[in-house]
Ligand binder design. Structure first.
Ligand code: ZN
Length: 324
């Protein structure tokens, strides 16, 4: 990416629009149209974040950081320059492309028995939930030609990353969950299990839907989330991996009063529970009430329901036994 291209992107994306798109809200107006609000880059309790819409710049009097929209995206998502550019591009224009890609994958789900079998094995059987989560299947062919038939130029598909430089569909044999401005693909073949397209994992899954619950269940994987939703728990979100990035921590520590139940994997090597302990400690350090849910040995929430004969009642009992 050349500098002029980065400059053009800065012209195209008003910082205020982008910040508001990430959930930032101004709380008061000061001189020359400038706005103050809580800093989305650190845990802020009084508004110390200044945004100047006329100059497209920000500065935080709390954490001392400032800059343009690209710098904001770098800090907010905890990514490097190139990734920030990709995320901004996505936010600006790739969204409609990813919508079309998701629709294609959703249509494929019912045409490929290996995909239906995989979902069944992971305990997902409610069509309404599968539709609600927008789950699809990337068979690894036909996406490129379909998108080109919709009028997308091939160069654009390369640039967005949905087609490889060699001209193949990037996602192949993956169950796909649409994220915000992003896709997550879970391999059901030989390839590396987790892959994001085009950027990193972003914030917590479905945050806007759960942020107002007084109690939130946080899981590692989207299949954990799916079975819990199916079992009637609406207040579930997912960090997609046991390490929370800066944006995800910021969401949990946004100043609202809530309790977080960390329901990570109880894998035999102890890594999930170790991560849960560290996370609970980080949350307490930010004055967020956090408890660890202990699943039976060797289980994650998904396997607890699917292979461990667990049900909503038993999971509720685990929540009640959760500890700090
Ligand atoms: Zn700050």
């Amino acid at each position: 990416m050349t500098w002029p291209a980065a400059e053009a992107l800065k012209q195209q994306i008003p910082l205020l629009d982008y910040a508001e798109g990430q959930g930032w809200k101004p709380v008061r107006r000061i001189g020359r149209g400038r706005l103050m609000g809580l800093c989305p880059l650190h845990v802020d309790h009084k508004p110390s974040f200044l945004l100047d819409p006329n100059n497209n710049l920000f500065y935080c009097y709390g954490c001392g950081r400032g800059g343009d929209v690209i710098r904001f995206a770098e800090l907010y998502h905890g990514v490097r320059f190139r990734e920030a550019i990709a995320l901004l591009r996505c936010w600006h224009g790739v969204t409609s492309l990813l919508d079309d890609v998701s629709k294609f994958y959703q249509a494929q789900l019912h045409r490929h028995s290996e995909a239906a079998t995989y979902l069944y094995e992971r305990g997902l059987h409610e069509p309404e939930l599968i539709e609600d989560l927008g789950i699809g299947y990337a068979p690894g062919r036909c996406l490129r030609s379909w998108l080109m038939s919709l009028g997308y130029p091939l160069s654009y598909l390369h640039q967005a990353g949905v087609v490889t430089p060699e001209g193949f569909d990037t996602f192949a044999h993956r169950i796909v969950f649409p994220l915000e401005c992003n896709l997550y693909g879970r391999s059901i073949g030989q390839a590396a299990p987790h892959k994001f397209l085009p950027g990193g994992k972003g914030g917590l899954y479905g945050w806007e839907k759960v942020r107002n619950f007084a109690e939130i269940i946080l899981v590692e994987g989207l299949f954990d989330l799916a079975v819990l939703r199916q079992a009637g728990f609406a207040n579930v979100t997912c960090s997609i991996g046991s390490y929370l990035n800066g944006a995800q921590m910021q969401q949990l520590c946004d100043g609202a009063t809530r309790t977080v139940y960390v329901a990570f994997d109880s894998d035999r090597n102890g890594s999930g529970q170790r991560a849960a302990r560290q996370l609970a400690q980080r949350l307490w350090d930010h004055r967020v009430e956090a408890f660890r849910v202990e699943l039976p040995d060797g289980h994650d929430p998904n396997s607890f329901f699917v292979h461990g004969d667990g049900d909503a009642h038993q999971f509720q009992a685990l929540l009640e036994r959760a500890h700090s």
